[in-house]
Design a protein around this ligand. Structure first.
Ligand SMILES: [Ca+2]
Ligand SMILES: [Ca+2]
Ligand SMILES: [Ca+2]
Length: 144
């Protein structure tokens, strides 16, 4: 993760955005949950299909990566690492969303509702940091 300005050539990525929408929000948390525990290539050059949930680039998607989302929740990332990014957020960050709204968006993030209250919000991030694991059926994983 870099926090310096783009003037210093490349140090302009704030980690945590996983779906290329320039905003680090609860939907990215949902994607993290879907990817958690996976062993991935830490090398994600331009053109690698998203999501890249291994935010710290150590080859595994785990709670260390989640901490980036927690720390930067609500932040706008400052641009695409592959050029072309304007850094302009398309919308306000979503940090509280109901399961119904997620379904309307066509997303399947129900597994990230770790406390099972039908809402995806910071309480679920807290649950994840405290070690609550998502319930992932084999069927769910095979569909991805
Ligand atoms: Ca995002
Ligand atoms: Ca990682
Ligand atoms: Ca919840």
């Amino acid at each position: 993760m870099f926090r310096d300005t783009p003037r210093f050539d490349g140090n302009w990525l704030i980690g945590g955005n996983l779906n290329d929408d320039h905003i680090i929000d609860i939907l990215d948390f949902g994607i993290y949950i879907a990817e958690s525990g996976r062993i991935v290539s830490p090398d994600t050059p331009c053109g690698t299909p998203s999501p890249h949930a291994d935010i710290n680039g150590d080859g595994i998607v785990d709670v260390l990566d989640l901490s980036f989302i927690q720390i930067n929740l609500g932040a706008t990332d400052l641009g695409s690492c592959c050029g072309g990014g304007t850094g302009a957020a398309a919308a306000l960050p979503v940090i509280h969303i109901s399961a119904g709204e997620i379904e309307l968006m066509g997303l399947d993030l129900h597994h990230a509702d770790l406390n099972g209250d039908g809402i995806l919000n910071e309480a679920d991030i807290t649950a994840a940091l405290q070690g609550t694991s998502p319930v992932k059926s084999a069927q769910t994983r095979d569909q991805q």
